[in-house]
Design a protein around this ligand. Sequence first.
Ligand code: GLT
Ligand code: MN
Ligand code: MN
Length: 408
Amino acid sequence: MFVLRCFGYLTVNYWEEIIMSNLLQPKPEDQFTFGLWTVGNPGRDPFGDQVRPIIKPTYSVQKLSQLGAYGVNLHDNDLVPFGSSAREQDQIVKEFKQALDDCNMKVPMATTNLFFHPVFRDGAFTSNNPKVRAFALQKTVRSIDLGVELGAKIYVFWGGREGAEVDASKNGPDTVKWFRESINFLAEYVVDQGYDLKFALEAKPNEPRADIYMPTTGHMLHFIETLDRPEMVGVNPEFAHETMAGLNFLHGVIQAYESGKLFHIDLNDQKMGRFDQDLRFGSESIKAAFFLVKFLEDMQWPGMRHFDAHAYRTEDEQGVWDFAAGCMRTYLILKDKARQFNEDPEIQGLLSENQQRDESLERIVATYSNGNVEALQAIDFQPDKIAEKGHSYEKLDQLTVELLLGVR
Ligand code: GLT
Ligand code: MN
Ligand code: MN
């Protein structure tokens, strides 16, 4: 009997382990992507040189596909070095496409490097120099062609140099106008070429500029509504960037989603009030990462789960792949925790107590009419009575914490 019970227990554990390890194994259908610049980050920082050799894009494609990723994203110059000739570009692109084909990897998103070359020291689309603004546009047109050739459906705009240290330096509203004209120009170009491509604007409050224009996703969401083709343009919110601005990332993501503007997402982690750390997803803010994953999964958001992060500077090449595997594994763990959360009777009980509906009342306040105002005026709400009852959020949060800590 004892032996049987032990055996039975072991068998249950054995199957659970198999199911779990399969669940936590990243697969292409999970739609995980990495920027070439993320795993390719050699650990250079403003105080120190690179600590790891530069990884070739074709090698990143191979390694990431072995780890279960769906694809890679890139800046023009992550693949084709700045100043390459047309012949050199053709050769590089040919080899890269071959690697993608061999590994069944995709390039769902592309973008332009408008920040590295010294010519962009005072901005790209918002530089004071019209030649620089025009060069930025030319570089982006060429980079869009490259992205589309590789199959990209989303084109990201992160304006790292679009900002200022000196507010005396730029002519106020012109910077917004120049940025708008550039996006309008490029959207028209995409339509004219018949490309199937949408734009996603990525905000960041500072770094590398002291202040970057349109510093949050909220600023971007408004700016989009002032464009000629707002339907073509959405946002690419990044966890680290909104956190640097002291904001709740999830809330920005929800607002973007609700307005149909969540075209792409940059997943990583960040301690508040620091430089842009681009830490491994879920390495710092587990609860925030959990509710983010839960939101994306609950909504069945169709976009790529893109990691814009890099390994710690302490790491060698192995550490880079540990980092990449870790991002995906943590996402999948949190996805399973989200399922548990949704199935947990105690948690769901507390939620339904707190989220009770009142259809007749909700109908009255949903739209204005004379009748609805009259109905509203006639109600005695007894606010003191309503206020008597607490919300049990202490309990709800503790249950969430326990679930995340694995004791539920
Ligand atoms: C850069 C930046 C990221 C952007 C990339 C796209 S480049 O690494 O820190 O947040 O998403 O331009
Ligand atoms: Mn980013
Ligand atoms: Mn970042």
